[in-house]
Ligand binder design. Structure first.
Ligand code: Q0Z
Length: 287
């Protein structure tokens, strides 16, 4: 008989369970965070959208790098995965100048040791995608670091392999998404190593929670861009004058419905699969 799943970790919107010594269960909830606060109102099916999208990318990028996916559960929001030894850095790739990348560029002209051309505006496309690793903060925000700082935490061969894999994954996914009207401005990967020391892509990958997704038809460099998925919720939070401290506001039904529709739209555009078909059979994203 299978052992009960043991809870081993909580993220803001996800839970992690151990199934046995080699396997974990990653469960994506329907919780949403805006301005770094988890709201009390859930977005129905958000966990399924993120789980399905992540599995879609895992299935389509196996030729670039191995990944931790073992299987999807029938609920569509739980992923069985191989238990890895995780690397001590977040592997971020940026194709556009936003968030902490824009902040660092404005202050220093560089991001994580990458000197950039002068005169770039907020949200500008970069001459080429850059690898901008960050430390894993236990509280507060991750800190951007350069290669030298990262090599105080890990082996150069593993760092170089993670950088190469991250850039290849970003190029593949951003090209795919751009053809479907979505700009992936940046994204964060988490890698681990298996017992043989091989690099394996883990966690969630190329979802709207681990990336900035922008609608291509509204793209206008020179300021912040609307988020493909969270903009309704953010606009509502701004409109009512919430001070962005805990607890956040409850979301009204029309904001919930609009936000859910954007998550489903991102899923359907990127996977080419009707969301209801995924709900009926989650393995549809793996074929
Ligand atoms: C992922 C996280 C979550 C809290 C550890 N395949 C793996 N092997 C070992 N560890 C992990 C993975 Cl994915 C791992 N996280 C992030 C996810 C709740 C933390 F759902 N932490």
């Amino acid at each position: 008989m299978p052992e009960a799943a043991v809870h081993v970790g909580s993220g803001k919107v996800r839970e992690l369970f151990a199934l046995d010594d080699e396997r974990l269960l990653l469960v994506a909830s329907d919780r949403i965070s805006t301005f770094d606060v988890v709201l009390s109102t859930e977005i129905p099916d958000k966990g399924r959208v993120l789980t399905g999208l992540s599995a879609f990318w895992f299935a389509r990028t196996k030729h670039l790098v191995r990944n931790h996916l073992v299987g999807l559960r029938d609920d569509g929001r739980s992923t069985e995965c191989r238990r890895l030894g995780m690397l001590p850095i977040e592997c971020v790739v940026r194709g556009y100048l936003s968030g902490s990348g824009w902040k660092d560029y404005r202050a220093t002209g560089a991001v994580c040791g990458h000197a950039l051309p002068s005169g770039l505006v907020e949200s500008a496309p970069l001459p080429e995608p850059i690898f901008t690793p960050a430390t894993k903060a236990t509280t507060g925000h991750d800190e951007n670091i350069d290669r030298e700082r990262a090599l105080e935490l890990m082996e150069p061969d593993l760092y170089d392999a993670a950088e190469r894999a991250s850039l290849a994954l970003y190029r593949f996914a951003s090209d795919h998404a751009r053809e479907r009207g979505i700009i992936i401005a940046d994204t964060k990967f988490e890698f681990g190593v298996d017992p043989e020391g091989q690099l394996i892509l883990g966690d969630e990958a190329l979802t709207p929670d681990s990336s900035r997704f922008w609608p291509a038809d509204a793209y206008e460099p020179g300021g912040p861009q609307p988020s493909f998925d969270k903009q309704f919720a953010r606009d509502y939070c701004e409109r009512i004058g919430w001070d962005k401290t805990y607890p956040g506001p409850e979301l009204p039904d029309d904001v919930v419905t609009g936000t859910r529709a954007r998550y489903v739209e991102a899923f359907e555009r990127l996977t080419g699969i009707v969301f209801d078909d995924y709900v009926a059979d989650p393995e549809a994203v793996l074929r």
